[in-house]
Design a protein. Structure first.
Length: 394
C-alpha cells in the first residue's frame, strides 16, 4: 500500500526527503508501508530480501524501564515520541527516537512511526546501516574492498578415500591477508561478512574462483573429482541463487556432480520454506549438500528430515579427542546416522595415525586433515597431487 496522499500526521514531501525511517502499521501491528531507509533497516542486516509482515517482537528495548518494548505499545503513545534501542538481526544495536502518529484511511485505523537515528549512517561499502562508532566498521570496509578487487586467496585441503588411497575431493578455504590488519582468521572475516550483510558476495566469489581453478586443473590432466565450497546459511536466501550457481558451473565446463555445497550446522540455519526449497532445488540439480561441523551443539535429527543431506562431516572437535571414550561414542553415532540417511560420512581434523586407525576400523571411508595434508595453495596442491596421488597409481 502506498502512503502517498495519506494524512499521516507528517508532511509527505518531508518524508520523501528525510534521512529518517518511516513505517506505517495497521491496527494489527502489521507493516503496510515503509520508505527506503526503513526497508534497509529491516532487511539489510537480517540478510532476507522480504520485509516481514510483522516487526520482530524483541527488536525494541526500553532502556528507561529495562524491558522489551512490544510493537503493540506504539499505538498507545500516538501523538508522542519515545527513545528506544533498536536491535537489528545480526547487527549492532543503536539508539533511535520514534515519533508516533495515528490516522484513518477509508475508515481504517493506522499509525505511523518516524524513526530518527542520528548516530547511524548507511554505508554503501558494506550495504548496511551502521553506527558511526561500530568497532568493526573499518575492517568490514577493507574486507569488502579487497573482495571486490580479488585480493583474497583460496587454499585447498585434500579429502582422501582411505579404502583405495585415492583423492575423493578437495575442500575450498578462503584466506584473507590485509595490508593493515594482517592475517585475519577465516572464522573472523566470515562472521564479519555475515554481520555486515555481504556474505553471499563472498561465498559466490569463492565458488567462481574454485570452479575456475577446477577447470584449470582438469586442463592440466590433474583429475580432481570434486570441490567442496562452504556456504553460509544466509547465502541460501540470496536472490537467483540457483541460476547463479548453474551459470558458474556452465561457464567453467563443469557439471553439478563436480560440486559439494557445505552448510555449517548452526543456529543460523532457519528452516523456512524458502530455505528448504532452494536446498531441494540444488539437490535435484545433482549438487551434493553437505552438513559441516555435524554434532557441535545444534544437531537435530529433524533437520535431516527437512532437507536433503548427502554428506555428514564429523567435527574436528570430536576427532581431536580420539581415542577418548566420549569421542569414540560420538564418532560412532555420526557414522551410524550417515548410514541411515545414505550419506557419506567424512572425518575432518585427522592428525595422528591413532585417530586414523580408529576411524578406519569403525567404517569411515573419507578422511581430511593434516595427517595427509594441510590446506594448500593451488600450486602447492598440484605438487602434492603429483608427488602423492600420481605416484601411488604408478
Amino acid at each position: 500500500m502506498k502512503t502517498e496522499g495519506m494524512n499521516t500526521g507528517h508532511d509527505w514531501q518531508e518524508l520523501q526527503e528525510t534521512n529518517h525511517g518511516f513505517i506505517v502499521l495497521d491496527s494489527n501491528d502489521c507493516i503496510v508501508s515503509c520508505n527506503d531507509k526503513a526497508q534497509k533497516m529491516l532487511t539489510s542486516s537480517s540478510l532476507y530480501p522480504e520485509i516481514d509482515a510483522l516487526l520482530p517482537s524483541n527488536c525494541f528495548w526500553f532502556e528507561a524501564e529495562q524491558r522489551v518494548y512490544p510493537v503493540t505499545e506504539f499505538k498507545r503513545i500516538a501523538g508522542k515520541s519515545i527513545t528506544l534501542t533498536f536491535t537489528p538481526v545480526h547487527s549492532e544495536p543503536y539508539k533511535i527516537h520514534v515519533q508516533v502518529e495515528a490516522f484513518q484511511l477509508l475508515g481504517r485505523h493506522y499509525y505511523s512511526l518516524l524513526i530518527q537515528d542520528n548516530d547511524v549512517v548507511y554505508d554503501d561499502n558494506v550495504g548496511a546501516y551502521l553506527s558511526s562508532s561500530h568497532p568493526s566498521l573499518k575492517m568490514a570496509q577493507r574486507l569488502k574492498a579487497d573482495l571486490q578487487q580479488n585480493k583474497l586467496t583460496l587454499h585447498y585441503q585434500p579429502q582422501i578415500n582411505i579404502l583405495n588411497d585415492q583423492l575423493y575431493g578437495v575442500e575450498v578455504l578462503a584466506r584473507w591477508h590485509d595490508t593493515e590488519f594482517g592475517y585475519v582468521a577465516p572464522d573472523d572475516f566470515i562472521d564479519l561478512a555475515e554481520e555486515f550483510g555481504f556474505i553471499a558476495e563472498l561465498d559466490l566469489w569463492v565458488l567462481r574462483e574454485a570452479c575456475r581453478q577446477l577447470a584449470v586443473w582438469r586442463d592440466k590432466n590433474i583429475p580432481v573429482p570434486l570441490i567442496a565450497v562452504n556456504f553460509s546459511p544466509y547465502t541460501f536466501h540470496s536472490a537467483n541463487l540457483i541460476e547463479t550457481v548453474q551459470l558458474i558451473l556452465q561457464r567453467n565446463g563443469l557439471i553439478s556432480a563436480d560440486l559439494v555445497l557445505e552448510i555449517t550446522e548452526s543456529k543460523k540455519i532457519i528452516l523456512s520454506n524458502s530455505f528448504i526449497d532452494v536446498i531441494g532445488a540444488l539437490d535435484s540439480m545433482g549438487i551434493t549438500i553437505s552438513l559441516d561441523d555435524f554434532g557441535t551443539g545444534y544437531s537435530n535429527l529433524k533437520r535431516l528430515l527437512k532437507f536433503p543431506v548427502s554428506q555428514l562431516k564429523l567435527d574436528r572437535a570430536f576427532v581431536s579427542h580420539l581415542p577418548s571414550p566420549l569421542s569414540k561414542e560420538l564418532s560412532d553415532v555420526v557414522l551410524s546416522i550417515g548410514k541411515k540417511i545414505d550419506a557419506v560420512s567424512i572425518a575432518e581434523g585427522v592428525e595422528t595415525l591413532e585417530q586414523l586407525a580408529y576411524l578406519k576400523a569403525i567404517g569411515y571411508e573419507v578422511i581430511q586433515g593434516y595427517l595427509f595434508s594441510p590446506p594448500l595453495s593451488s600450486q602447492d596442491f598440484e605438487s602434492w597431487f603429483l608427488n602423492t596421488i600420481s605416484r601411488s597409481n604408478e
